[in-house]
Design a protein around this ligand. Structure first.
Ligand SMILES: CC(C)(COP(=O)(O)OP(=O)(O)OC[C@H]1O[C@@H](n2cnc3c(N)ncnc32)[C@H](O)[C@@H]1OP(=O)(O)O)[C@@H](O)C(=O)NCCC(=O)NCCS
Length: 334
């Protein structure tokens, strides 16, 4: 077989889009089926100024690879790799991966970024929508890594990538959700003893949102929450823990997507307000507000060892898929 690679771009993306959709249609992936335009919009268009894209087809367009550089995080991501089934286990995936690594190495050298790692995680600027198995088409807008146990997971492991976190994707059908009055009582009492209440955020009344963001210091929230707070019309309805006038916790905003999904940025509790029942009450109140706002379901993902999972599970959420976040450090052999 001719081993030449072809650059993949917006003008020749049809085949890559077909390979991508094939994996879903054959039940190997949960990704949403995309049109060619959706495919180019998601994978081959930088999501913000300064981001860069690296994309190529394998020999005779039997596979493709797409990588992204995020200009804010200054990290390189392997966003998508796919090889048509009849051509697998013939080294095409490895060839594509090696090509991407070389492009990334060259790019990092040009930009003075040192030896770059390649990462596959929820931080990738291209957010891939997928359909949760076992639901009536309910979607989540970001695939947080590589499906655990999939051929792709084995492929990356055997090419020098290491799992650095495991993510579980949770789902709740809000039709069956009821505010758990009795269960919340002890938590509400603990909160009251420390003078905490749950309220909708009012910038005129509640101070120091930035203090909460700084305390958590999470890659995504560091940018997303200030953006939400500075929206032209003001932030959308968001629940907070009122810690004597300071923001001690955040849940929301309460936004219902066209799909019926309740959209939120996250659930955060300041370290000074922990162990007082805030997260449990805040989370359940948020589910209740989503239901009232007309959302049909919620999806969230969290790391396997995150203590918040107990809160989600006790509110009735169940795991529908598990993922590995993977990284290959510069210099590791493939
Ligand atoms: C991951 C993928 C691109 C690999 O493509 P490929 O052309 O088969 O890759 P290569 O032939 O270079 O390497 C295959 C290696 O992966 C591992 N591997 C892949 N599938 C495997 C399986 N079913 N069982 C065991 N090992 C497997 C092995 O290490 C194998 O090497 P070997 O053939 O020497 O044993 C391909 O499986 C694919 O398209 N998967 C679906 C798309 C996907 O999930 N992409 C990931 C999202 S980022």
């Amino acid at each position: 077989m001719d081993r030449m690679l072809t650059i993949l771009n917006q003008n020749n993306a049809d085949v890559a889009c077909a390979i991508y959709n094939e994996n879903t249609l054959q039940g190997e992936q949960y990704y949403q089926i995309l049109t060619r335009d959706q495919f180019t919009g998601l994978f081959l268009t930088p999501s913000k100024e300064g981001d860069r894209i690296f994309a190529a087809y394998g020999p005779q367009m039997t596979g493709f690879v797409i990588g992204h550089f995020d200009s804010v995080l200054k990290r390189y991501f392997l966003t998508m790799i796919g090889v048509r089934r009849p051509y697998r286990r013939q080294g095409i995936g490895t060839m594509l991966l090696n090509w991407l690594q070389q492009e990334v190495n060259k790019d990092a050298e040009r930009e003075g970024l040192g030896m770059p790692s390649l990462e596959i995680s929820y931080c990738d600027p291209a957010e891939i929508t997928w359909v949760l198995p076992g639901t009536p088409g309910h979607i989540h807008p970001n695939a947080p890594g590589v499906l655990l146990g999939s051929p792709a997971h084995l492929f990356f492991k055997n090419r020098g990538f290491l799992d650095f976190a495991y993510q579980n994707s949770y789902h709740l059908d809000l039709k069956s959700y009821q505010w758990p009055q009795e269960k919340m009582k002890p938590y509400l009492e603990k909160m009251a003893a420390r003078g905490y209440t749950i309220e909708f955020y009012d910038p005129a009344k509640h101070k120091d949102m930035q203090g909460l963001v700084d305390d958590l210091n999470n890659d995504l929230w560091n940018t997303q929450i200030p953006v939400e707070m500075n929206r032209p019309g003001g932030p959308r309805p968001t629940l907070i823990v009122n810690d004597h006038g300071r923001v001690g916790g955040f849940a929301g905003p309460i936004v219902v997507e066209d799909s019926g999904r309740g959209w939120l940025l996250g659930l955060l509790i300041h370290s000074r307000c922990r162990k007082a029942g805030c997260a449990t009450v805040l989370f359940n109140r948020m589910c209740e507000e989503f239901r009232k706002a007309g959302a049909q379901y919620m999806t969230i993902f969290t790391t396997e060892n995150n203590p918040a999972r107990a809160i989600y599970e006790s509110a009735g959420f169940s795991i529908h898929a598990s993922w590995a976040d993977m990284r290959r450090k510069a210099g590791s052999c493939g």
